[in-house]
Design a protein. Structure first.
Length: 574
């Protein structure tokens, strides 16, 4: 089955650059038109040299210099304009792909490889940009050059042209065949590079664990295996290219031999002059360079198709969580949350929540307790629509969350996770994450509420202190207080806490707990509780088991019942 080119998918990104491409094409036409003029000048000058007319040769040399200057000026215009258009197209494509990835649902990122995504957005997009540049910068000009020189050669001597092109059909077939094989090998090679990139990010991110388990040799073996697979794929590509060049070169040599034989015969018969043959040879020399360039370009285009396929694989992905076409912004809420017979499963046949119904009133503080896999995290992840239930509905202040825009919903929900994610930037930028413009005084006020202002002020640069990758230059307690400050700045009516103190020492825990108590005032709060000591003062404790609420009440009420909660409590404090 014939493979359909992938480049048609780029056309929407090419159209906005049509003016720049048109200007560059005009330069290309000027550049191309100079080549037959130069071949004609070679013929004229050889005749004048043979006749000893030195002054006429000098005049033609001056004209040739003007032609050369015009050619190089046109080449400059072509190169700069095409580079501008190609880079603009690559920029558009990169921005469009990144924006699309941001819209994909959380479920996609739970299985996607970070290194693969990074490679596609960098190396694959760069390769597409290079291919587009070469299409207009090299391929199109050289194809035009081929056409014009072939017309000139036919006019000059059609018999010689036929002898020169006798192997052209075979050459074209071989170039196309090699190109298709290179496309397939390139897709495999780029996938292997993505795998290698993903492995590197995974291992560098987990280097502490690697060293803690003395697993350096295991890590090296995994890397060596991935690197070897990458080497095999790249070597296969280079070996195929290495076969192609001698084969095509041999056919070019046969073409030149045919030209010499036919040319020599025509001169012996008086049908061709020496100067005419020199002009024809110059035209052939001019022709061979674009043939080589077009061949190389074609190979690169086929390899670039693999990058196009990989980028548009991402763009074609559809998010599993989508807004309704007529979704309205959710107005400021009081914080009433209702679950109406909600069922959810990550995999069919393995329910995590089963017909769960729940009503949480504005300002109520609810703790979710249960063994691992009971559905605690899943329940709170449904509120901001990280996932949608397969059955049932969720309401906020009487509004179905499926009927409102995702942004307006999530802007009213604050999340303080168990493990804080910080981004490269200043402390102030991390607290005001998602807000390009912010007032420093507001950031400081949020930090004070979160018990973070004191330690931030001790840094020489204060709120302008640079936070390294993943915030490794901050302690766990400091990172957690920044996460609380981030939630404070958002000023949400609904707050989700994923046991924000479970991994902290006693001093940090006290500071974080004090900050949490401040932020929880007058808000609807969901606490995922692993340590039961933190939930004694909540309004209601829900005990989940196999996706259902099996117990509900205050700390004292549930202890008095002597059920699941009492068992968990006794187990932790025995």
């Amino acid at each position: 089955m014939k493979h359909r080119s992938s480049y048609w998918q780029i056309l929407p990104y090419v159209r906005p650059q049509w003016k720049t491409i048109a200007q560059a094409t005009a330069c290309t036409l000027v550049l191309t038109a100079t080549w037959p003029v130069l071949a004609w000048l070679a013929k004229q000058m050889s005749e004048l040299v043979a006749a000893g007319r030195v002054s006429a040769v000098a005049e033609l040399a001056g004209f040739a210099a003007l032609v050369w200057a015009s050619q190089k000026l046109a080449q400059y215009g072509q190169d700069t304009l095409m580079a501008k258009a190609a880079l603009s197209i690559a920029l558009q494509l990169r921005q469009r792909t990144y924006a699309h990835i941001q819209q994909l649902s959380l479920s996609y990122f739970e299985t996607a490889q970070t290194g693969d995504l990074a490679y596609r957005l960098t190396e694959d997009v760069d390769r597409i940009g290079e291919v587009i540049n070469k299409v207009f910068h090299q391929f199109v000009p050289n194809v035009l050059r081929l056409v014009i020189m072939l017309i000139y050669m036919v006019i000059l001597n059609w018999q010689l042209t036929l002898a020169t092109l006798i192997v052209a059909p075979l050459m074209a077939f071989l170039i196309a065949w090699f190109g298709e094989q290179l496309r397939k090998l390139s897709y495999k090679s780029q996938s292997r590079v993505s795998d290698l990139s993903a492995l590197l990010i995974e291992m560098f991110s987990g280097i502490r664990l690697v060293q803690a388990f003395a697993a350096e040799e295991y890590s090296i073996d995994r890397f060596n295996h991935a690197a070897k697979r990458n080497w095999q794929a790249k070597y296969g590509t280079e070996r195929l290219r290495a076969i192609q060049y001698p084969v095509v070169g041999f056919l070019e040599a046969l073409s030149m031999l045919s030209l010499l034989l036919v040319g020599g015969y025509q001169i012996s018969q008086g049908n061709l002059t020496g100067s005419g043959f020199i002009s024809y040879i110059v035209a052939v020399v001019i022709l061979f360079e674009p043939i080589a360039t077009v061949t190389n370009n074609y190979n690169e285009f086929k390899q670039g198709e693999a990058s196009v396929d990989r980028i548009f694989e991402l763009i074609r992905l559809k998010p599993s969580i989508v807004e309704q076409p007529n979704a309205l912004p959710l107005p400021a809420v009081n914080g009433k949350v209702e679950f109406d017979r909600v069922s959810f499963a990550y995999q069919a046949g393995r329910p995590v929540l089963q017909e769960l119904s729940l009503r949480v009133l504005p300002g109520e503080m609810v703790a979710l307790v249960g063994s691992s896999g009971a559905g605690k995290t899943t329940l709170v992840n449904l509120i901001p629509r990280f996932y949608d239930p397969q059955a049932g509905e969720i309401w906020v202040d009487g509004v179905n969350i499926r009927d409102v825009s995702l942004k307006s919903l999530r802007r009213q929900i604050g999340i303080v996770p168990q493990e804080t994610t910080l981004f490269t930037g200043t402390i102030a930028q991390n607290i005001a994450f998602g807000q390009p413009k912010f007032e420093l005084d507001v950031v400081k006020e949020a930090a004070k509420i979160a018990n973070a202002h004191q330690f931030i002020s001790q840094f020489p640069d204060g709120y302008n202190t640079w936070v390294g990758e993943r915030g490794v230059n901050l302690s766990g307690g400091q990172r957690q207080r920044l996460a609380i400050a981030r939630a404070v700045l958002l000023d949400p009516r609904i707050l989700i806490l994923d046991e924000a103190t479970s991994a902290l020492d006693s001093e940090s825990e006290a500071l974080v707990q004090e900050a949490l108590e401040r932020i929880m005032e007058s808000r609807t709060v969901f606490i995922i509780a692993h340590r039961l000591a933190t939930v004694r003062r909540v309004d209601r404790i829900l005990v989940l088991e196999k996706g259902r609420v099996v117990e509900s009440g205050t700390h004292q009420e549930l202890l008095a019942e002597g059920g699941r909660y009492a068992g968990f409590y006794a187990q932790q404090f025995s």
